[in-house]
Design a protein. Structure first.
Length: 373
């Protein structure tokens, strides 16, 4: 079988990976020379801890297993089984962490409630003031700025993978074929469109009522910290964002402890992960109302700097990168991704939301199984 994959972000690349793994030939088309969207503008976190139970958690756990296996074969993606610590400072925050640690699926997630000494034993860089932390052993990380290139190199080594950058697909003539903006028609047996947050043009023509929205976020990265940060780190605002923490304890937190005004205005949480070069990736914000601003604003960065410095108990290194990104999110919260047939041999797979980096290997595996590859 010859599979044509459109879109070279992490979701498209994982579809190509599974097709190659199953013995097929892949033609991979990307409208940029290389992927430049959400797949390279994220934390690189394989984030199991906050996922909703049921299908979402099952998908994340399967993806975590796949990421580790891929990382063993492609060291260039920088897979690390970091785990994560969500630090708490107040009784209300501690109650949410305690409730999470009692969930029926807590063992599957690797949840454990720790006191400050136990948290610092896992991550000695946390010298700030906090009263405890929720440990999630199943969380992990990869290097998002380089993972796509490392995966592409591994796919090229198969001899059955062809990559064409700078090609925007304009039409699906049918029968597993696509026509690009160079006027070239490429023929295959199946087409999978993984176009990320690019929801206009051909995607709008094929799926005008697509149940997917775009989400914008701001992030930043520092110079090297000068010491290891062995785990990923989150703050208690992440409890308000991730579905795993919903329940009476979170309701009480929301009722009695308001977010800081900047955090509330920008729908913020702290996520913090160390890069392979020692720098820290820090975020993030969430904006849902379009049109999105073309600039980044400083107040969220100032808020995040204060939160991180309080957790670390030291000043941050110099900020060397600030950026914004946009990802696609399915508007049905019960669905991990939107998968839709849009032609006689063509499928659109989009909208994993902030779960894209985490869940993409398992989402692609499900597509491959469903299409009988």
């Amino acid at each position: 079988m010859r599979v044509i994959v459109v879109g070279a972000g992490v979701l498209g690349t994982m579809h190509a990976w599974h097709a190659i793994e199953r013995g097929h030939e892949v033609l991979h088309l990307e409208r940029e020379d290389e992927a430049r969207g959400a797949s390279v503008r994220n934390f690189g976190q394989i984030w199991v801890s906050g996922r909703a139970g049921g299908e979402e958690l099952d998908t994340a756990l399967r993806a975590r297993t796949l990421w580790e296996a891929i990382g063993a074969r492609v060291p260039g993606i920088g897979f690390r089984a970091t785990g994560s610590l969500t630090v708490v400072r107040t009784d209300a925050e501690h109650a949410v962490a305690e409730a999470a640690a009692r969930r029926p699926d807590a063992a599957a997630r690797g949840y454990r409630l720790l006191d400050p000494a136990a948290a610092r034993a896992l991550n000695p860089a946390l010298r700030g003031d906090f009263t405890g932390a929720l440990w999630c052993a199943r969380d992990a990380a990869v290097e998002p700025r380089v993972a796509q290139r490392a995966l592409k190199d591994a796919l090229l080594a198969s001899g059955r993978y062809t990559y064409l950058g700078g090609r925007e697909v304009r039409d699906l003539p049918g029968g597993g074929a696509v026509r690009d903006d160079h006027g070239t028609t490429h023929h295959g047996d199946a087409v999978v469109l993984c176009t990320g947050a690019w929801l206009g043009g051909l995607v709008r023509e094929l799926a005008p009522d697509l149940p997917v929205r775009r989400v914008r976020l701001q992030m930043m990265q520092t110079d090297p910290l000068g010491e290891p940060l062995p785990t990923s780190v989150a703050d208690a605002d992440s409890f308000r964002y991730y579905p795993a923490y919903r329940g009476p304890a979170l309701d009480a937190l929301n009722a009695t402890q308001a977010q800081a005004p900047t955090a509330a205005a920008h729908r913020m949480q702290l996520l913090l992960v160390q890069r392979a070069d020692g720098g820290l990736t820090i975020g993030d914000t969430h904006a849902y109302d379009t049109p999105f601003a073309f600039d980044t604003v400083e107040e969220p960065y100032e808020h995040l700097t204060g939160v991180v410095e309080a957790v670390l108990g030291r000043p941050l290194p110099r900020i060397r990168h600030r950026w914004a990104g946009v990802y696609a999110q399915c508007t049905d919260p019960a669905r991990v991704v939107h998968r839709q047939q849009v032609g006689d041999a063509a499928w659109l797979v989009t909208g994993p939301g902030g779960r894209g980096m985490t869940c993409s290997p398992a989402i692609a595996e499900t597509t491959a199984d469903a299409l009988g590859w």
